[in-house]
Design a protein around this ligand. Sequence first.
Ligand SMILES: [Fe+2]
Length: 286
Amino acid sequence: MAVPFDAFGASAPLADQLAGRFGRRRDEALPHAISSFAIHLHALVRELQPSRDEWRSFMSLLRDIGDYSHDRRDEWMLASDLLGISALVEDINNRRPAGATPNTPRGPFYRSDVPLLPLGSDICLDGKGEPLYVRGQVVDLQGTPITSAEVTTWQANALGFYENQQPDDQPEFNLRGRFVTDKAGHFHYRTIRPSGYPVPLDGPAGELLKRAGLPPRRPAHLQFHVAAAGFETITTHLFDADDPHLASDPLFAVKPELVKPFRRGDGRHELECTFVMVRTPEEISR
Ligand SMILES: [Fe+2]
């Protein structure tokens, strides 16, 4: 009869031993998650059967991702984005009914300190780019307009750069704005048509993308943060329907309902959009 080696079952298969050791504290979320992560990793290693050298090079990649990160560059977050994990976490945390505007990863260029502007303002402060007029409405699931919702927008310029990537070339708050919806839930502003842009390729996460032969370019988009009392905050993108890179967004943020024409039949650039908000659970139970 097999005699257990120790209380954690050292004679059991490795993954079971691991679960026994790290999974004991179910009240502690982190060791529990790490144990689950490691068990999946055991399964992966059994599947891949790496040589010692192959395993070392995998570990080196993980180390390089950490080494490349600093205060203004989170290479691990970029890796999470490029592997679709960030989009998955968004989906899990924002299960919304059909018809509601979905969330997408916020990305690294958001600023919360954007000044409030009057409706109709032009957020392009350097006059560079093809003019685009944006007209939108914020409503609830029944289509009732939401008054006084706060709509914050940010976008890249015509060369694919955000203002905080080019503090010497673009005015502060260029192509950013914060608006409050009117009585009919409407907002509108003037801007320019954004360009798509590549994700950073200079670090190990980008290297991974290159080695996989995947295009780094994000399709052109506007980004939005929509907040209203009693409703779940929306953080999302609207993508230019004419962009050829919609099917290969390296951040996995493109969803059919977020793709909109940025150009009208007469060639002028105009975008019409509706954000559909969901009441918070506290609000529903009132
Ligand atoms: Fe973006």
